[in-house]
Design a protein around this ligand. Structure first.
Ligand code: FAD
Length: 406
């Protein structure tokens, strides 16, 4: 039995345990995680770790010894498969029961799988865990030549950048008419499309995958028009499915994601949920119910819950930010651009340093800043303040964004 059981040993789970101790929690804490590793950073899996610029040991969120020092227990390589919220017991995949006072559910999501024929062939990879990444890297070490990336979101684009830099022949297939369509405006999509093509990626937009070809191991990707693109390996980066099955089965409100209130409480007693799997009314998206998949959101929700457990409950209102590294480009985003009705381009994409500013009803709601750290730092203040600057001033690079705050 533990006073707090944290389910999921990823970003949110680790941060929640850390924040509980930082806020003076003296009860017992057990973190149950499906992966065999102590908590590690996920973003480098498609960046520095994948590019072999960082070893796995450098990805640990804390050195493994830290957890024992803080009296935080771990059960690793085990999955929680059921929750009995009335009896306050959860069940592990080995059948063992585990009693709790409170649960923090921080399970992230599982990679969405292709539904077409061939989706299960060897050589078809997701990039979510260290194990996924190691399997893929082992294939790259075998000297493969052709790789197809399915999905033009951040993970697919980052993986394509690393692989093309490593000299592989990379084809990137995006079903929609532009990459990053769900998360960014057209200006940013057009810029990254041009960058990837300039780096030799064969980028296909509006590409419908019919099936994956091969007997045991994938050999190609068949498109709806009949073309077969040769593939020694395929990376599927088409989003995640929140890992909330046991909670929903226990009666928690939710659909894709478990619904939480402003204190990250699910509808089940004494069960909180945080991070990628939690759906909440986002203050920076006009109160729209959504999930936010970012390290920022996982960490800040974790801290919010830890404080609430320690008697300092405050509604979750943390400012959303995100980043992506591709080639020598550092993208930093502030705010949530969803539902924008106007974009302003600031700077020149040809110079590879610019920002896209998103407005709604004249208010700055988000920024995407490419190699523009100053805009990012100053622009997020505009979002926080709900500023309505004159669009011409926003577009003028000689005009510092900090001077446009109300
Ligand atoms: P996770 O970190 O995914 O942790 C959840 C853990 O719970 C996993 O280990 C999972 O196996 C485990 N689990 C699931 N179900 C169970 C169960 N039933 N029982 C026990 N354990 C369970 N975000 C950024 O902000 N910037 C980036 O640049 C960025 N790049 C990324 C690159 C990649 C390749 C990936 C995969 C993600 C990236 N993200 C990035 C997103 C970021 O990593 C996630 O938003 C963050 O990890 C979410 O934290 P979490 O705690 O909600 O889930």
């Amino acid at each position: 039995k533990a006073d707090i059981v944290i389910v999921g040993a990823g970003h949110g789970g680790a941060q929640c345990a850390i924040a509980l101790r930082q806020n003076g929690f003296t009860g017992t804490i057990t973190v149950i995680g499906r992966e065999p590793e102590y908590p590690y950073e996920r973003p480098p899996l498609s960046k520095e770790y994948f590019a072999r610029e960082k070893t796995f040991e450098r990805l640990y969120i804390r050195p493994p010894a830290f957890w024992a020092e803080k009296d935080i227990a771990f059960v690793l390589g085990r999955e929680v498969v059921a929750v009995d919220a009335a009896a306050k017991v959860l069940t592990l995949d080995n059948g063992a029961g585990f009693a709790y006072d409170r649960i923090v559910w921080a399970t992230g999501g599982d990679p969405r799988r292709l539904s077409c024929a061939g989706a299960d062939l060897a050589g078809v990879h997701a990039v979510r865990t260290r194990a996924d990444c190691d399997r893929l890297m082992a294939q790259v070490d075998d000297g493969i030549r052709n790789i197809v990336v399915i999905g033009g979101g951040y993970i697919g684009l980052e993986a394509a950048a690393v692989l093309s830099k490593a000299g592989l022949r990379v084809t990137l297939l995006e079903a929609l008419p532009r990459v990053l369509a769900r998360v960014a405006g057209e200006e940013l999509s057009a810029f990254y499309q041009a960058e990837h093509r300039a780096h030799g990626v064969d980028l296909r937009l509006g590409a419908a995958v019919e099936s994956l070809e091969g007997k045991d191991h994938v050999t190609g990707v068949r498109l709806a028009d009949g073309e077969v693109i040769p593939a020694d390996a395929v990376i599927v980066g088409i989003g995640i499915v929140p890992a909330v099955g046991p909670l929903i089965a226990a009666g928690a409100h939710g659909g894709p994601g478990v619904v939480v209130d402003e204190y990250c409480r699910t509808s089940l007693p004494d069960i909180y949920a945080i991070g990628d799997c939690a759906s909440f009314a986002c203050a920076y998206a006009g109160g729209a119910e959504m999930r936010v998949e970012s390290v920022q959101n996982a960490n800040d929700m974790a801290t919010c819950v830890a404080k609430a457990i320690c008697g300092d409950a405050q509604p979750y209102k943390a400012f959303p930010w995100f980043w992506s590294n591709q080639y020598d480009l550092r993208l930093q985003t502030a705010g949530i651009s969803r539902d924008f009705d106007q974009t302003i381009l600031r700077g020149d994409p040809e110079k590879r340093a610019f920002s896209v500013i998103y407005l709604k009803d004249g208010r700055v709601i988000a920024l995407d800043c490419v190699n523009m750290v100053k805009d990012y730092v100053q622009g997020r203040k505009l979002v926080e303040a709900g500023a309505r600057p004159d669009p011409a001033s926003l577009a003028d690079v000689l005009q510092a964004l900090k001077d446009l705050a109300p």
